[in-house]
Design a protein around this ligand. Sequence first.
Ligand code: DNO
Length: 352
Amino acid sequence: MKLSFRWYGEDDPVKIEYIKQIPTMDSIVTAIYDVPVGEVWSNESINKLKTTVEKAGLNFDVIESVPVHEDIKLGLSSRDRYIENYKENIRNLGNAGVKVICYNFMPIFDWTRSQLDKKLEDGSTALVYYKDQIDKMDPLKGELSLPGWDSSYSKEDLNDLFKEYSKITEEDLWLNLEYFLKEIIPVAEENDVKMAIHPDDPPWPIFGLPRIITTEENLDRFLKIVDNKYNGLTLCTGSLGSGSFNDIVRMVDKYSAQGRIHFMHVRNIKLLDDGSFEETAHHSSYGSLDIVEIIKALHRNNFDGYLRPDHGRMIWGETGRAGYGLYDRALGAAYIAGIWETLSKLYKEEVK
Ligand code: DNO
């Protein structure tokens, strides 16, 4: 397991030097943020980012994300141009030594929450998804915007996109994903870059838009479309785990045994009765997921991919990018590294 940490580049309030100070930290997870979705990242900016990361004593191994243009998800005729650009990005990143690219296939919106700073009992703040509030929201009224979302859409663009998606069923989305995978996975293999799709967060349709990377059955289907290890997963415990229908330990065990998990996002969430959830501290006792069992499954299967602590709460008065402060994610990293070390020692004793 290689411990990694998401960093948003020079604008990130979290300094890269501080990330290096987290015990056993290996890699930075980052991206180029100033290029419009669908265009090619220049080698110059890739190399600049690589140099910054390596100067800080960390590896430049994981990109999150190279976003997929909506025309590809919609299956429009213009998709081929964007797919060619995507391949070029894979080649350029492969040349720079990148090992894993994380991406998602969620229509229009990335992760969705009803509030980013819900005050918890201990005074910290966390991201929450309250179903009744989401059900009342209308993104077309410009009522909400989240850091995970592409905010460059105008109201008109959004209206047009929703119109296009009203013609798209889940099966259409599968077909469009298949077309994309069949084009890009051979390029990923040639360049030794593992593609790792991020599940939909939350794993159910929102605002009437289809979502398909949601359940074990669908992940099986996804992996079979191109049955090759370069077509793999970012297994996000919090995204999949917010559906009570998903057995996360079982999924982590199964897909890591198959060698199809290249990147792990580990966080805990507390499921509420009505399908709502709250993000919590990483420790198992705070949420509905058993983090120790999740790490045990990875350890048992000799997981040698990348793992990052996912969203943290804001604690100790920190302010910054919701979910992506330094302190709570660093606590999560230390907790996970501690579990891993314990398992490694126990395992050694067993084989003696
Ligand atoms: C949320 C993240 C996601 C993720 C993308 C991957 O915090 O896990 O935004 O980066 O879905 O494409």
